[in-house]
Design a protein around this ligand. Structure first.
Ligand SMILES: Cc1cc2nc3c(=O)[nH]c(=O)nc-3n(C[C@H](O)[C@H](O)[C@H](O)COP(=O)(O)O)c2cc1C
Length: 375
């Protein structure tokens, strides 16, 4: 999720602990918004993040490398029958409230919880007993605007800064409550690393270009990369990141890999070819080819990327050289005005060695993987 300030909502990682602990500390030391007395250490905070991520989402809002706030869910109560309800917590860095950030975090959290099958979001909020220097009604109003309803008020149940505080519970239903309910998918965002889904990079490469990209993506994300020819099963993964080179519009090895996909698996396809990434006609052609090949359950056009590759005629197999010479001859006969970006690049690079590989172009792919948001 981004806005004009380049803001991203992404899963928290244990390495965010120091900055998140710093956001939380003033709420402990100067406000009655939380009933903790002593601000947790960074190590304690790290442990809390890791613990939460085992079962629930934990999100941070980041802009230009700075953390502005965070939101997470925890068990409403430990017993099994409460699985479908969570308690939510949202904290913003001092000075960040009033700009819609809280709502952004809340809505992103709600979306993640809905994906898991959570049905009730509950908020436990300190309520002032009249004018109070340590807490306002703001949080109650905030939740009211988000569609929460007041459930109940516990009077004088917390003591902080030498005063007694009331606490209210507010609740929002985020899904229907059928007679036969699906179990909650705990740990859907689990891992606590920058790649919370269990992912695998699979590549199909004839001369090594797609492989170079796959290995670089692997180094940047920590996700293992394997040649499609070595993949026996994909059963252990939630998300497959397929990187394959284009040959006459076909993605090397993709068909075989698609045959191993399960319906619930998320597929991201990164094609590698000579055609310019910025050419919209090329992207449209790639997407329509993929849509035909990939089952609807796994296909999502927002999860398609294209990167520029390389070509070296001096090391090309005879069959590929022949294919290219046929295509080249065809293009040579075409009036220049009729040549699209694909024809132009094949024509311009014919017989040469060119390398358009640009690892910087992996950035949007890495960002989408890390945030889980493919926009
Ligand atoms: C016979 C042949 C057909 C190709 N067809 C396409 C194509 O349809 N679209 C494209 O963008 N690039 C095409 N290319 C360029 C390759 O995709 C490019 O060289 C790529 O970097 C090869 O990756 P690899 O080394 O991983 O196999 C073609 C190359 C050859 C030799």
């Amino acid at each position: 999720m981004t806005n004009s300030n380049n803001m991203v909502i992404r899963p928290a990682t244990p390495d965010d602990a120091e900055r998140l602990a710093a956001i939380y500390a003033p709420y402990v030391t100067g406000m009655a918004i939380t009933f903790e007395y002593v601000a947790p250490t960074v190590e304690e905070f790290r442990g809390r993040i890791v613990n939460t991520l085992r079962k629930y989402p934990y999100l941070v809002a980041e802009a230009d490398g700075e953390l502005l706030g965070y939101a997470y869910a925890s068990a409403f109560k430990g017993r099994a029958a409460y699985d479908w309800a969570v308690e939510t917590s949202i904290y913003l860095r001092q000075g960040e409230s009033g700009r819609g950030l809280g709502r952004l975090l809340h809505d992103a959290l709600q979306e993640k919880l809905q994906e898991m099958g959570i049905l009730n979001m509950c908020a436990c909020i300190t309520a002032p007993r009249g004018e109070d220097p340590y807490v306002t009604e703001n949080s109650i109003q905030f939740h009211d605007h988000l569609g929460y309803r007041m459930v109940g008020r516990f009077e004088q149940c917390g003591y902080k800064f030498g005063r007694w505080y009331d606490m209210v519970w507010m609740e929002k239903h985020i899904g229907p409550h059928p007679d036969q309910v699906e179990p909650v998918r705990f740990g859907l965002q689990a891992g606590g690393t920058s790649t919370p889904k269990k992912s695998l990079i699979v590549y199909g490469s004839r001369y090594g270009t797609a492989k170079r990209y796959a290995e670089r993506l692997s180094a940047k994300t920590g996700i293992q990369a394997v040649d499609y020819q070595e993949v026996k099963t994909l059963e252990d993964y939630d998300r497959i990141l397929y990187m394959g080179s284009l040959y006459a519009g076909q993605v090397t090895g993709l068909k075989k890999t698609v045959g191993k996909l399960l319906p619930q698996q998320e597929l991201v396809v990164v094609t590698v070819g000579l055609v310019d990434t910025a050419d919209p006609e090329n992207m449209a052609r790639i997407r329509s080819g993929l849509k035909e090949l990939i089952p609807a359950a796994n296909y999502n056009e927002n999860r398609v990327f294209h990167l520029r590759g390389a070509i070296d005629y001096s090391h090309m197999k005879v069959k590929h050289r022949l294919m290219m010479s046929v295509v080249h001859a065809k293009i040579a006969k075409m009036p220049e005005a009729e040549r699209n970006a694909e024809c132009r690049v094949v024509f311009e690079t014919y017989g040469k060695t060119v390398d358009y590989v640009d690892f910087e172009a992996l950035k949007p792919v890495v960002k989408a993987i890390k945030t889980g948001l493919f926009i």
